[in-house]
Design a binder for this molecule. Structure first.
Ligand SMILES: [Zn+2]
Length: 338
């Protein structure tokens, strides 16, 4: 087991503690709370879809939360986004209406918004006359999910996301955990287990290992905070109860608070950051988009120089991703050492 300082760097020893003193006790009991925000990217269903399902978690000490939240709000304000929820996948789409407006990038913010909304209103009227109710519903959903971003060009939206990723990189106290499941090659170790459940169990295991490592010097506890979703909430609350009784497939769970919190991503910046990380991981694995992955990968949990916070679940023996390449190198090394 690695010493705390080696695993985390200097931040591990920073004075960010809660102190609990029992009257008459000789020593302080030092307790540190870390918040772990979770979000997913990709469709968790196996049937009718391919590609990856990703569950990501970002962990930070509780006393860092205010500064991080403030920094995100400032960045949003500088891009005229106010308190808008950042949903990366919707934000980075190309909006056809913007392309149809001459010199869109030369317009002011309000002008841009008005011009896009006018085109959208016309399109809705056209769909009402010519398309199926299903198509109209899809169009409205698309418009609703992108409306907060229509005043920014695609380049400006990309710049915002790049700046957000750079912020994540700069938060050296933050740890990123991820489980990437290749649904094309999904053969779970326990029959009938769905990707969502498997990813959750593995993330819980990884966070527990992280907390137990850094608990060598202090008592570290973690609280899981999810984007609220009724079906996921029920499943994860029930799974956490089981893990506290029987452990996960690979470890006991002693450092994570039994009941997760469920919050609205609408109002929770750090869930939006977890969403961004999940999106970046999925785009790296499904489309080979490396630029943003290279920015945030420094925050993936490591032990002794090895990436331990991210796993790629795939049967592809030639997978070129960094995690699989490292796994293969280790296997070759241990085979040669026998
Ligand atoms: Zn891989």
């Amino acid at each position: 087991m690695l010493p705390c300082s080696k695993r985390l760097g200097r931040d591990a020893l920073a004075p960010r503690r809660f102190f609990e003193a029992t009257p008459g006790a000789k020593f302080f009991c030092i307790i540190v709370m870390r918040l772990f925000y979770l979000d997913e990217s990709g469709n968790p269903e196996i049937t009718g879809s391919s590609g990856s399902y990703v569950l990501a978690a970002i962990g930070l000490p509780i006393e860092r939360w205010t500064a991080c939240d403030k920094a995100i709000n400032q960045l949003k304000s500088s891009h005229y986004l106010g308190s808008t929820e950042i949903h990366t996948a919707w934000m980075l789409r190309s909006y056809s209406e913007q392309l149809a407006i001459p010199s869109f990038d030369k317009m002011g913010i309000l002008q841009r918004r008005d011009a896009v909304l006018r085109i959208r209103e016309k399109k809705i009227e056209q769909y009402k006359k010519e398309k199926s109710p299903q198509a109209l519903k899809g169009l409205k959903k698309n418009y609703k999910n992108t409306e907060a971003y229509i005043h920014l060009t695609l380049e400006e939206r990309k710049r915002f996301i790049n700046e957000l990723a750079a912020k994540i990189k700069s938060w050296t106290f933050l740890r990123l955990f991820g489980e990437v499941i290749d649904k094309n090659n999904y053969h779970p170790p326990k029959p009938g287990i769905i990707p969502q459940t498997q990813a959750f169990e593995r993330i819980v295991t990884r966070i527990e290992k992280y907390l137990s490592h850094i608990s060598m010097e202090t008592n570290e506890y973690g609280l899981l905070i999810h984007d609220e979703c009724e079906s996921v909430a029920a499943a994860h609350v029930s799974k956490m109860k089981q893990y506290h009784i029987r452990g996960t497939f690979k470890s006991r769970v002693d450092h994570i608070i039994k009941t997760p919190l469920f919050v609205s991503s609408n109002h929770t910046n750090m869930v939006q950051i977890a969403d961004l990380c999940a999106y970046i991981l999925r785009r790296y694995y499904d489309l080979g988009e490396q630029t943003l992955y290279d920015v945030i990968k420094t925050r993936i949990d490591k032990a002794g120089g090895d990436v331990v916070g991210l796993n790629h679940y795939t049967n592809n023996k030639d997978c070129p991703c960094e995690v699989c390449r490292k796994k293969r190198r280790k296997q070759t090394f241990s085979h040669h050492s026998l």
